[in-house]
Design a protein around this ligand. Structure first.
Ligand code: HEM
Ligand SMILES: *[C@@H]1O[C@H](CO)[C@@H](O)[C@H](O)[C@H]1NC(C)=O
Ligand SMILES: *[C@@H]1O[C@H](CO)[C@@H](O)[C@H](O)[C@H]1NC(C)=O
Ligand SMILES: *[C@@H]1O[C@H](CO)[C@@H](O)[C@H](O)[C@H]1NC(C)=O
Ligand SMILES: *[C@@H]1O[C@H](CO)[C@@H](O)[C@H](O)[C@H]1NC(C)=O
Length: 324
């Protein structure tokens, strides 16, 4: 063959691969619902906006739901399944029990979507879009959410217990937990910036404020008044002490000032010499960089093992597998 024949043959092969080849894995797409449910995105956004207007913390809770969904066997809506007499799901796993919230808002969104395009929009996609809309509603910047996930017919309490990172991990434990899901350390640090919004329970930061030394003294003292050394386990404090309801880069500035609430938060900054310290400093002084990296890392998180094509189902009720 002449070299031009080789090139022609190569082009034909590439053409067929692109148009007819079996995809390695079906791709999500930002336009997935453009014709099947053109109002899907605006319907989700308006429900998120009204829930966040009613209670700003709800934006944080919805963002976290997507994280806890994706880290447990992929972004498949598994966290939304209720326990039944015959089935134990993820809601009572240690990282979720008495902790994750926002299920009623998801139900409202789902029922609004079912009334305009029944059986079309998955619960897993609702979580991905609601996470983005929550960040935007609280002042963060936007990203394009990829869509086309389908919903699981199962959930895994044990995977929730083992895959969702604990707030008592050290830096190497956090890096490992995210590496196990295919993330870089840089993406882990960016995603942790989610803790610029939302709250945590006393039981999860008590040992930090009573026993750790890398904490600002005045900050620890003020937290002790809301989180006694015993009792008050469920008392809440903001993860970002300076701007708890605004999605900004203050989380990272707090870390530089030894004002991380969770042990795991403060692990990302250790006085200038830690391996993630320079990234924390950069995000602290440049929120645009944080926003860009955060949006990209959220897209990566949303790509964790989605069910696509004919796998799984589109649940009618996000809390239950479809009957029949
Ligand atoms: C880096 C490892 C992470 C650890 C150890 C961790 C741990 C925690 C803990 C312990 C809480 C408080 C739970 C409670 O009080 O019941 C919390 C809250 C929260 N987390 Fe994380 N988290 C991590 C990463 C993430 C990521 C990647 C996201 C989102 C992409 C996220 C979003 C949130 C939000 C928004 C809240 C507040 C929820 C609310 O107020 O309802 N976290 N996290
Ligand atoms: C549990 O399983 C039993 C027996 O298979 C069935 O009759 C019942 O409807 C199931 N209950 C739920 C809540 O799924
Ligand atoms: C979940 O929390 C409830 C209420 O505090 C508690 O009764 C139950 O034992 C907890 N479940 C698990 C599996 O820890
Ligand atoms: C981090 O925690 C793990 C497990 O608890 C421990 O084995 C390791 O030594 C710790 N690493 C550092 C640097 O403290
Ligand atoms: C602080 O550390 C001591 C000694 O390890 C331990 O007995 C105590 O329970 C810890 N306190 C908190 C609040 O974690």
């Amino acid at each position: 063959m002449t070299s031009s024949q080789v090139i022609v043959k190569l082009c034909i092969t590439i053409f067929f691969l692109i148009h007819y080849g079996p995809p390695a894995s079906a791709q999500l797409s930002s336009t997935f619902y453009s014709s099947s449910c053109p109002k899907a995105l605006s319907t989700i956004k308006s429900a998120v906006n009204s829930a966040v207007a009613k209670e700003s913390r709800m934006g944080a809770s919805l963002l976290r739901l997507h994280f806890h969904d994706c880290f447990v066997n992929g972004c498949d809506g598994s966290i939304l399944l209720d326990d039944t007499a015959n089935f134990t799901g993820e809601k009572t796993a240690a990282p979720n029990n008495n902790s994750v919230r926002g299920f009623d808002v998801v139900d409202t969104i789902k029922s609004n979507l079912e009334s305009i395009c029944p059986g079309v929009v998955s619960c897993a996609d609702i979580l991905a879009v609601a996470a983005r809309d929550s960040v935007v509603a609280l002042g963060g910047s936007t990203w394009s959410v990829l869509l086309g996930r389908r919903d699981s017919t199962t959930a895994s309490l044990s995977a929730a217990n083992s895959n969702i990172p604990s707030p008592f991990l050290n830096l190497s434990g956090l890096i490992t937990a995210f590496t196990n899901k295919g993330f870089t350390t840089k993406e882990m640090v960016a995603l942790s910036g989610s803790h610029t919004i939302g709250q945590a329970r006393c039981t999860l930061f008590r040992s930090r404020i009573y026993n750790e030394t890398n904490i600002n003294t005045a900050y620890a003292t003020s937290l002790k008044s809301k989180c006694p050394s015993s009792g008050g386990d469920n008392n809440l404090s903001p993860l970002d002490t300076t701007s708890p309801t605004t999605f900004d880069s203050a989380y990272y500035t707090n870390l530089i000032n030894n004002k991380g609430l969770l042990h795991s938060d403060q692990q990302l900054y250790s006085g200038g010499s830690g391996s993630t310290d320079s990234q924390v400093k950069s995000y602290s002084s440049n929120s645009a960089t944080f926003f860009t990296d955060f949006g990209n890392a959220m897209i990566t998180m949303g790509n964790l093992s989605p069910l696509t094509g004919t796998s799984g189902q589109i649940r009618t009720n996000c809390r239950k597998v479809n009957s029949g």
